[in-house]
Design a protein around this ligand. Structure first.
Ligand SMILES: Nc1ncnc2c1ncn2[C@@H]1O[C@H](COP(=O)(O)OP(=O)(O)OP(=O)(O)O)[C@@H](O)[C@H]1O
Length: 397
């Protein structure tokens, strides 16, 4: 299909009643140089993030999902300005923060906080919980009303920890409790945006549900906006309002949760989701076809030409090798970068599928969804409810 006809099927990116975004990212790029030799000359670059554009609206949760190495963490570090972008633009509340220096970023740091994956290594083992959670006050020169100790104890209660444990050390807490300490620290300065990088993937499945529900509750109580990065689609499904699917440094699909799960449009999204068991009792006994992608993810040092997914896509045609598809809205609330989307008009009809594309997937024997869900132990994440008083896990001594 010509450029014109692509535009014909595309719909405007945002309707006029969309709220002003809290965060706006335009064509964000991060290339890590690879240097060699005595002179440390740059010989290549890892194209970790290669042209991301998206908005995050106030009060929403944007989930970011994709295979390991697709650039999710790099994206999280770029939008919190822990990394300097190679190109593009990051705007927070309408202000360009792309290249702000340390001192200019300081006031912004209050508003944008990050929660890290590993609650074991992200807390200093020599510091008490009180010191850890109060560190942001010191760094920002903030004197909370009622004093630091009182505020820290309030934060500990807020995340479901015993405020009396102010003087304990991280090793005296379980994994889930340590992640709660990390959350309390991130919330100390009353941020507007919290970027959580794999916040539960280091935790036991039963504890994951409690931390996910805590994040949910805190969002309601404090009006937080989240960007949650995870490789686990079941966690992403549970927490997100909208979801960005990344592949090799690019967003291939960006859609609201319902559209993405009910009718994924990018073949990569479809493949990712077909591998995930659905813990829905109403679908017990439903058989589904599983798409197994063959081969490894190509190197981000020299990503494939055209559409980066074409080397593993069963729908790839000649145009996919040569022309990069734009991320465009093909349905309300659903943007996709694909010449041959699923559940939507083909953007380049008439092209014939490449011979190698036919070999790029394997269709696995249908599996019974509910059985697979149970095997993955994943139902716990979706179904678990934290009781009102948020009981704590037992402290590992
Ligand atoms: N500091 C760095 N220097 C060089 N390459 C890097 C650096 N940080 C990340 N990369 C590379 O950038 C690519 C994207 O990494 P990133 O950690 O952002 O991916 P990810 O999707 O978060 O993966 P994971 O889920 O495994 O953390 C990878 O190929 C990684 O090796």
């Amino acid at each position: 299909m010509s450029e014109k006809s692509v535009a014909d099927t595309a719909i405007p990116k945002q309707s006029s009643d969309s709220p002003e975004p809290l965060l706006r990212v335009e064509n964000l790029v991060k290339h890590f140089p690879i240097k060699k030799g005595l002179l440390q000359r740059q010989v290549a670059a890892v194209k970790a993030v290669d042209g991301l554009s998206f908005d995050v609206r106030p009060g929403e949760t944007l989930g970011v999902v994709g295979e390991s190495g697709c650039g999710k963490s790099t994206m999280g570090r770029l939008i919190t300005r822990l990394l300097e972008p190679t190109g593009g633009r990051v705007e927070f509340q309408g202000k360009d923060i792309t290249h702000l220096g340390v001192s200019a970023m300081r006031p912004m740091r209050r508003d944008v906080q990050m929660i890290f994956q590993d609650p074991y290594s992200s807390l200093n083992p020599r510091h008490t919980v009180g010191t850890i959670v109060s560190a942001p006050f010191k760094l920002q020169g903030v004197n909370p009303e009622g004093g630091v100790k009182k505020e820290v104890q309030r934060l500990l209660s807020l995340v479901g920890l015993n405020p009396e444990h102010y003087n304990r050390y991280p090793h005296e807490f379980s994994g889930g409790q340590r992640q709660r300490i990390g959350i309390a620290r991130a919330l100390a300065l009353k941020p507007k945006l919290v970027v959580a990088d794999e916040p539960v993937s280091a935790l036991d499945v039963s504890i994951q549900a409690q931390v996910v529900n805590l994040l949910d509750d805190l969002q309601d109580e404090l009006g937080l906006t989240y960007v949650i990065i995870a490789h686990d689609l079941s966690v992403i499904r549970h927490v997100s309002d909208r979801i960005a699917v990344m592949y090799l440094g690019k967003i291939v699909e960006l859609a609201d949760r319902k559209s993405l799960y009910s009718a994924p449009m990018h073949p990569y999204t479809k493949a990712l989701m077909s591998a995930v068991p659905v813990p829905d009792p109403r679908r017990r006994g439903v058989k589904s076809e599983r798409i197994l992608l063959k081969g490894d993810v190509p190197s981000p040092i020299s990503p494939p030409s055209g559409c980066r997914f074409h080397t593993r896509c069963w729908k790839a045609t000649e145009v996919c090798k040569t022309k990069e598809p734009e991320l465009i809205a093909l349905k309300p609330g659903q943007q996709v970068a694909c010449h041959h989307p699923e559940n939507a008009p083909d953007q380049v009809p008439g092209e014939s599928v490449l011979a190698e594309a036919r070999e790029s997937i394997e269709l696995a024997a249908p599996a019974v969804e509910a059985e697979a869900a149970e095997a993955a132990g994943e139902a716990a994440v979706a179904e678990a409810e934290v009781p009102e008083d948020r009981p704590q896990e037992s402290t590992e001594q």
